[in-house]
Ligand binder design. Structure first.
Ligand code: ZN
Length: 247
């Protein structure tokens, strides 16, 4: 762990943000946020890869029934073609954010293509929250810089729903998920993945019975201190793309 923190400090020294960049929580680290340290009973549920006409509408209705809010990391090219689905998310108070234009993993793309993927999506989803999630959670220094220069905070996750639901009975998956989730977690889900919405329904019921509330990533960030993911493969450099969420 000591070595990991040394890596984080080195990474922070490698990248200084441009002047005037908005930074959540006053934390200027370039590393992705993977959860939030908070004493408040809040969890952020996030959905990646939409908007899809049927699955995104089903997720939206499910959240509304449970009086929950969530963040949808949208693929720019899809959002551009389906503005009605994006508008419906917004009408229901959901947060929408940036998940690249073409769902390409930004690691290894280089600074220009990384920036283009991010900026084109930001233009297509006017009014999107200043949050970016790289596909597969993989991003290198060029991608992190491109997000930061576009004024976006890079957010990954601390719990992945499909790791539990894949090929398993939904009740069993939901029980294990619930046991794993606590205040400040950022939960990754894909509304179109088989079994995911059924598991999220049980998860939302279980969270409510434990007094936990599902909110957007921005609401969660406002309630505590961001925890940064740490690079798996040593010091953060171009090409280094995988992270682990500490704690
Ligand atoms: Zn994705």
């Amino acid at each position: 762990m000591t070595a990991r923190w040394a890596v984080a400090l080195l990474a922070a020294a490698l990248v200084s943000p441009p002047a005037g960049t908005p930074v959540h929580g006053g934390d200027r680290s370039p590393l992705p946020v993977c959860r939030v340290s908070t004493g408040r009973p809040l969890v952020a549920v996030t959905f990646d890869d939409g908007p899809f006409p049927a699955a995104t509408a089903a997720a939206r209705r499910l959240l509304r029934r449970h009086d929950a809010r969530a963040t949808f990391f949208l693929v720019g090219g899809r959002a551009f073609r389906r503005p009605g689905v994006v508008a419906a998310l917004r009408r229901d108070g959901m947060e929408v954010a940036n998940h690249t234009w073409s769902h390409v993993v930004p690691a290894g793309l280089g600074p220009d293509r990384s920036a283009a993927e991010i900026r084109r999506t930001a233009d297509a989803i006017a009014g999107a929250e200043a949050l970016f999630r790289p596909p597969q959670g993989r991003i290198d220094l060029d991608g992190l810089r491109a997000a930061r220069e576009a004024g976006l905070l890079t957010v990954v996750w601390s719990v992945a729903v499909e790791r539990y639901t894949s090929g398993r009975p939904v009740d069993e998956a939901a029980r294990e998920l619930l046991a794993r989730i606590g205040p400040g977690d950022i939960v990754l889900a894909h509304e179109r993945a088989p079994g995911t919405l059924a598991a999220i329904e049980r998860l939302l019921d279980g969270l409510a019975s434990r007094g936990l509330r599902a909110v957007s990533v921005t609401e969660l960030l406002d309630a505590g201190r961001p925890v940064r993911a740490l690079p798996v493969d040593g010091p953060l450099t171009s090409g280094n793309a995988r992270y682990v969420c500490p704690g």
